[in-house]
Every structure is written in C-alpha cells, then in structure tokens.
Design a protein around this ligand. Structure first.
Ligand code: PLP
Length: 394
C-alpha cells in the first residue's frame, strides 16, 4: 500500500515552511508524537513527575513492546536509553575484553564507536581489526570471514554510516558471526525507521538505535536490543537502582532482562514520544517507508549527479535515504550555511565523523542531504535548482 503523503505532511508542522533534508540528523516529529510529549509534560506540571509516571505506567511499558515489535524481538530483550550512544555503550562496555581479544569492524565505523574501541584497546590490551571495503564500498564479507578465529570477541558494525548512503550487508555479516559463534553488535542508529530491520533476519545479538532520526521521535531517546541468551552472562558496566536491586547489605541482584543495562532516571514524556513514533512508523509500514525513501534518494542522487560541478559520493550496492555530495569550488560548510539562510536543512559530514572512510577516499567534508518519506519530488526539484545555482556561481 502506498503512503498517503498529503496526510503525513499535514501531520508534520515543519513541512509547511522548511525544506527538511536533514532526517539523518533529526527528522521532523509528526503531530501525534509532539502531542504525546507535550501532554505528558503538562500532566507532570499538573500532578507531579512521579505521580504522572505512575499514571501512565502501562503506556511506558508499551514503549518496550513497540520497540520489540519494530526490530522483531521479545519485550524483555529491550532496554531504553537517552540516545543510541548510551545504548551502544551499555552493551559494549559490558563485554569483558582481555589482552589479545579482537574487535572486528568496518571502514565506515562511527566516530564514537571507534573511539570506544581505541579506549578498550588501550585499557584492556584488545586489538581493533578493520575489514576493508569490497568493490561496492561496503564491508568485504569474504575478508571478514577470513579473519575470524578464536581471538575475535566481537563483530561491531554501523549498518548505515553517519556520512553516506551505504547500507552495509548486515545479514551477511550476521551469517558469518553466527557460523563462528561470535557476538555481533549492530549500530542501527541510521537505519532503523527508514527500512525494515529484524534482529533475527540479520543475526545480530545486540542492536542500538536512536529515536530522533528516521524514527521521527523526540531528541534524547534511544533503545538497545540484547539477545536473551546473552543477557545473563553480561554484567553491566554501571550498577545502580535502575539495573539492580540492593537486596542485602553486602549484595545486589541484577535485573534478569535487558533492563539490567538501563539507568533509573529518565524522561517519561520523551519515552512516550519514542513509543508513539515507533507506532507511527509501524502503522505506516516499514516496507512502504523504505520503498519511498529509496526512490526519493535515488532520484535526488541522479538529479544532483546531472548538475555540472556536483559529485555524489555514496557507496554501497544498496543505498538508503542519505545522499552525500560536493560542489566543485564550494566549501560544504558554505553551501550548508547558504541553504540554511533559505530555510533548507542539510548537514555537513567531516573526516572526524568517519575518519577511516574519509581518509581512505581522500575526502574532508561532504554535504549530507537525507530524505524521508514525507519529502516530495517538488522539494527535490527546488533543492537541485538551488544547488545548481550555487554551483554555477562557484
Ligand atoms: C552511525 C551512528 N551511530 C551512532 C550515532 C549516535 O547516535 P546518538 O546521537 O543518538 O547517540 C550516530 C549519530 O549520528 C550515528 O550516525
């Protein structure tokens, strides 16, 4: 079933006065999400924060169920966080790395993840192994298979990098991980919400995601999936009243589900908003969302590529809603600023975001235009006209 674009645009206040191609930064929240957050804040103001949380406890529990449905897992396998980084950290830092252990990753790895590998490499004597790209610019699965041995403690990969349209072949990586019995941590921050993501189809044991990007949830939200067979064997790096109970003077008892990785204090309003955003995406249907996002991004790529002086830089056999490009003779930051003045939202990706990839490709900065299903052909035309004008002037 195709999406009702007039309806979804009507429910997206930001659409009427801005051209929003920064959905990989933070998408525009739809009205039902905004209302959910604001109504709960108002309830807190009226009756008190703890009392308001008690009043909506069933709905807060339903957020876990929505996240579980979204990624195809069980409710006890979900933990909620204030962003994807904290979700990712909570599982990564629970893995007890020892000297000589290997963390295997790809070239498009996200800055924060890679810095965490470096930190653990330094602190625990672990080693980071980076698998090169194949001829499509995605992780080379044969090379990955070839490096697997008893030293490999974790395969960790960005599904979609922060700075490009690449969709890494996560299910092929998952198959290698499964064959070898090595846990696989998927950073699905940039993929969840724009395409179907199923943890069992992919074969990842851990997955981290954010709310504000393609899920169209509020900022300050994220979640983690931990396969139930792994939960009992992993001790969270941080123990507090959200993750455990102080059961005896000299003893605590960890929760037996994924919530052992959570911390206690959280914004109920934002969590409810995350849940509403997930329901909104599920109601529209992820397959339909993905079809439209891929089609719009494909159109944007080919129209930008046809402009004199513009180079499109996205890699991968399968490409998503993120479109990256440069304009000859024009700094990406300058184009970003000129577009912002005209109420056109994009972002700039730089070397520091995905250093391994940018250095290998000799890039320093790219304009990142990321579309979502509520964007239109007319917006693509307007955007390309503007880029064409700046390219001619450069
Ligand atoms: C690939 C990737 N992973 C993780 C993150 C971090 O997400 P968050 O800002 O929600 O912590 C980002 C954010 O841009 C990202 O692009």
């Amino acid at each position: 079933m195709s999406l009702d674009i007039d309806m979804v645009r009507g429910e997206t206040p930001g659409c009427s006065h801005r051209l929003h191609f920064n959905n990989a930064g933070a998408s525009l929240m739809p009205r039902p999400v905004i209302d959910t957050v604001v109504e709960h804040l108002q309830l807190e103001a009226r009756i008190g924060g703890y009392e308001a949380a008690d009043a909506v406890q069933d709905r807060t529990e339903a957020v876990y169920a929505a996240a579980a449905q979204l990624v195809g897992c069980q409710v006890p396998e979900i933990a909620l966080f204030e962003n994807a980084t904290r979700a990712w950290d909570a599982i990564f830092y629970a893995i007890p790395f020892a000297p000589g252990d290997r963390i295997v990753t790809g070239r498009a790895e996200y800055c924060s993840n890679y810095m965490a590998y470096l930190q653990v490499a330094h602190a625990a004597g672990a080693e980071v192994v980076v698998i090169d790209d194949d001829e499509h610019g995605q992780i080379n699965v044969d090379e990955l298979r070839a490096v697997i041995d008893e030293r490999v403690k974790l395969i960790a990969l960005s599904h979609v990098p922060t700075s490009g349209g690449l969709v890494n072949p996560a299910a092929q990586v998952g198959a290698v991980a499964r064959e070898a019995g090595v846990p696989f941590l998927l950073d699905a921050c940039q993929s969840v919400g724009q395409m179907p993501v199923d943890v069992h189809a992919i074969g990842c044991e851990f997955l981290a995601a954010t709310g504000r990007k393609f899920l169209r949830g509020p900022r300050g939200t994220g979640f983690l999936y931990v396969n139930q067979d792994r939960i009992g064997g992993l001790h969270p790096a941080v123990v507090e009243v959200g993750s455990a109970a102080w059961t005896e003077t000299g003893r605590y008892t960890l929760k037996d589900d994924a919530r052992r990785f959570e911390t206690w204090e959280a914004s109920t309003a934002l969590r409810l908003g995350l849940g509403r955003a997930i329901e909104y995406a599920l109601d529209l249907g992820l397959p339909g969302i993905w079809d439209r996002v891929a089609a719009l991004a494909g159109e944007l790529r080919s129209r930008l590529g046809a402009i004199d002086g513009v180079t499109v830089h996205d890699l991968g056999r399968i490409k998503c809603g993120i479109v990256t490009f440069t304009v000859h003779g024009l700094e990406s930051e300058h184009l970003f600023a000129e577009l912002r003045k005209r109420s056109v939202n994009v972002d700039v990706s730089t070397t520091a975001d995905t250093r391994l990839d940018f250095e290998a490709r000799g890039l320093s900065s790219l304009v990142r235009a990321s579309v979502h299903y509520f964007n239109t052909d007319e917006e693509i035309t307007r955007f390309c006209d503007l880029v064409g004008m700046f390219s001619r002037q450069a």
